[in-house]
Design a protein around this ligand. Structure first.
Ligand code: ATP
Ligand code: MG
Length: 721
């Protein structure tokens, strides 16, 4: 192909980056300016013009999905497949190196990944064994501590514990690491740290990779943490070239240890030149102007300006909802008209701050019969029944997998109680052996009561038999045999109702997922099952079943990074939600929330809706929120406020976004929103909200004397004033 094709579709600055001589380079630019596009074209340029082989290219992206897309786009640009190229996430690529050199990394061949659920469960077990009160030391918090230490590259021996609290954390960290090492398990943070240490300790190996990966490219660099930065630096050595692209204004993982300072560090450590892109190709002029105005409220930015040749576009619509139900009805009605005007659902995204916010929206979409897909929510491979089945498969392929053992030892129930289990755990701890072998040892010592002993013996026999049975089978047959032979299928079939049915369907779906799984040709897994188990841990959530169906895209603001959609809804933009409550308490967090808002807004290409609710029920509690401060930071001329029918003035909240509430649910209540009413006991008040219908309906009234109350409409006997 003609070289000019590689740079034709680029502006001057982009070309400068794509066609630069081999060197270290930072492309620093705001959202939608073509950073990711530059990265793709640079790879094609390296291969086409610099004659780099696919084998010498190493590209790091933020998600597996982004990695897949990048490979496809490079192949489309070059019009040929690029097999040997390493494109993946930090975790995916480190895992690949660990697999290839598991022995040097002191891991069993079939080492498994411990996901966050399993990690917490394991810590909980250790706390019990160590007599530490979980109420005072929640396992989740300890898991967080351990991961944070690993992200900083710290092993227990590197930590100085100055007070008793830290000493305790350190003790648990040490015990946890021992348990993981014994069982051949690695958690997410461990994957990176272990790989980093491996490369540090094995100079020959390091040299091999350094000589191989002549060209390194990193997208979304602003979100790298310490260990990721060290890892990249190590691999780059002194001779290789690295291009990083990023945007300090989109750094949103500080809470997880990401360090935006890594950008400046890179400039120093790599004597890199900086190229800035300033033209935005994604959003309308109005969306861009509003986003720029918002982010200007942050101090200490590296400073960028963005402009566009695009249309002005429509103003950003801000909807003041009454409550979360009203908000979701509003969103769904807009999506319905979007669909009815001939657009695709997949071009529209709903973005929220917390995963838990999705449920109400999901219900509204379901009611309206609109298909949706959630990224990063309850993922397929994280569902209970799927994890059960995978745990059997994991135990079959690696008897040392304690997390898997714990999960299935009494699932389905086979009469193995807590007492028997703690007996096995004690033995495992005393003898420093995996639970599986401890179970066998306990059995041989004949310490167990007859029934318990029989149950354990049966379980051991079951797993051994399944192992025997499936070795020669195809992957999907292996899964089928295991799911049936283990009794899981029968157990879930016996579960009544919709839920049980869904679980059985999911298990069937797992079998077919195995059937569709293709072992990556250039990776050395000892069996397809090994490959599949690694895939389920790393890729969960992205191979969703209905991938090809047209559906609304739902995700948290964090997972929307790097993506773009013609129509975007940002919901729940309220003080206390977004910015979140916690962000008031920690310094720097408010600015990070603002960057997150910037990321959300700049996902929109043509039209952006932002909504906030006056009252919201979440986690079982009703809360009143005022509109987010971020809304006040948007220029008036860029927005339009949507008010419906009635308006209620609430003296407590004044300000541009608090005076209006809407009127969506009121048609059949017999009352009007904002109407003054009289109650026999509570006195006079103003109607605030209404939900449900007929005998179940409830009405919310803000009484002048006693404040706001929800009343059953039928019994409230309100008199209009
Ligand atoms: P983010 O910061 O959100 O990751 P980005 O800087 O990576 O954004 P891209 O996703 O690469 O931006 O590009 C944004 C959009 O603009 C894409 O649809 C891309 O195809 C388009 N685009 C980029 N450069 C050009 C160009 N020179 N001509 C036409 N379209 C372009
Ligand atoms: Mg990008």
């Amino acid at each position: 192909m003609d070289v000019s094709e590689l740079i034709d579709g680029l502006n001057e600055k982009q070309r400068e980056a794509v066609a630069a001589p081999l060197s270290n380079m930072l492309v620093l630019a705001g959202a939608g300016s073509g950073k990711t596009r530059v990265l793709v074209h640079r790879i094609a340029w390296l291969m086409q013009v610099e004659h780099a082989s696919a084998y010498s290219i190493f590209a790091v992206t933020f998600t597996n999905k982004a990695a897949k897309e990048m490979r496809t786009r490079v192949e489309e640009t070059l019009r040929s497949p690029v097999g040997g190229m390493w494109i993946g996430t930090f975790h995916g690529l480190s895992h690949r190196i660990l697999r290839a050199h598991h022995r040097e990394a002191k891991l069993p061949e079939a080492f498994q990944i411990l996901d966050s659920d399993d990690q917490v469960r394991m810590i909980r077990r250790l706390l019990k064994a160590m007599n530490i009160d979980e109420k005072k030391w929640p396992a989740k918090q300890i898991a967080w501590y351990i991961s944070a230490r690993k992200d900083e590259g710290q092993r227990p021996k590197d930590i100085q514990a100055y007070d008793v609290n830290e000493q305790l954390l350190l003790r648990v960290y040490t015990a946890y690491q021992d348990a993981c090492d014994r069982a051949g398990l690695v958690d997410f943070a461990e994957i990176l740290l272990r790989c980093y240490e491996l490369l540090c300790q094995q100079p020959t190996l390091l040299r091999h990779y350094q000589q191989r990966f002549r060209h390194m490219l990193v997208d979304e660099f602003q979100d790298t943490n310490s260990i990721q930065y060290q890892w990249l630096k190590l691999l780059a050595g002194n001779e290789n070239n690295m291009m990083i692209v990023g945007d300090d204004d989109q750094s949103i993982y500080g809470w997880r240890g990401a360090k935006v300072e890594n950008i400046k560090r890179f400039l120093d450590d790599f004597s890199a030149q900086t190229i800035r892109l300033e033209q935005n190709y994604r959003s309308t002029a109005i969306i861009l102007k509003a986003s720029n105005a918002l982010i200007q409220n942050n101090a200490e930015r590296m400073g960028k300006s963005l402009w566009t040749e695009g249309d002005q576009g429509e103003p950003i619509s801000i909807y003041a909802a009454f409550n979360e139900l009203d908000e979701s009805r509003f969103v769904v009605s807009k999506i319905r008209s979007w669909l009815n005007s001939g657009n695709a659902l997949q071009d529209c995204a709903i973005l929220y701050r917390n995963n838990a916010q999705s449920r109400v929206l999901e219900e509204a979409l379901l009611q309206e019969g609109l298909k949706y897909r959630i990224y990063g929510g309850m993922r397929f491979f994280e569902r209970q029944e799927i994890k059960d089945a995978l745990a059997y498969l994991r135990l079959i392929s690696n008897r040392q997998d304690d997390a898997a053992f714990e999960r299935v030892i009494n699932t389905p129930a086979r009469g193995i109680g807590d007492k028997t289990l703690s007996h096995i755990r004690d033995c495992a701890r005393n003898e420093s052996m995996p639970l599986w072998y401890a179970a066998k040892a306990v059995l041989e010592q004949k310490h167990l009561a007859g029934r318990a002993a029989t149950a354990i013996a049966r379980f051991i026999e079951l797993v051994e038999q399944l192992d025997d049975k499936i070795t020669e089978l195809e992957l999907s047959e292996q899964a089928k045999t295991t799911i049936e032979g283990s009794g899981l299928m029968a157990m879930y079939q016996a579960e009544k109702g919709e839920k049980g049915r869904a679980r059985v369907e999911n298990l069937e779906e797992l079998i077919s997922a195995c059937g569709q799984y293709e072992l990556p040709i250039d990776e050395d897994f000892s069996s397809p099952l090994q490959g599949f188990l690694a895939y389920t841990s790393l890729e969960s959530g992205e191979g969703q079943a209905d991938e090809h169906e047209d559906a609304v895209q739902m995700m948290t603001l964090h997972s929307a990074k790097g993506l773009e959609f013609p129509l975007v809804f940002m919901v729940g933009v309220e003080e206390g939600m977004f910015p979140s409550q916690q962000s008031h308490e920690e310094s720097g967090r408010l600015e990070e929330e603002r960057r997150l808002c910037y990321v959300g807004m700049t996902r929109a290409m043509d039209k952006l809706y932002i909504s906030h609710a006056e009252s919201r029920r979440l986690y079982g509690q009703e809360k009143h929120h005022s509109p987010s401060r971020f809304l006040r930071e948007l220029p008036e001329e860029c927005i339009e406020e949507i008010r419906i029918k009635t308006q209620v003035s609430r003296p407590v909240n004044s300000g541009r976004f608090s005076a209006s509430v809407t009127h969506a649910a009121f048609e059949d209540s017999g009352y009007n929103l904002g109407e003054r009413v009289l109650h026999a006991k509570f006195g006079a008040g103003t109607v605030l909200n209404y939900e449900g219908s007929g005998a179940q309906s409830r009405i919310q009234v803000n009484f002048d004397d006693v404040g706001s109350k929800w009343l059953v409409t039928a019994y409230a006997r309100l008199q209009s004033l």
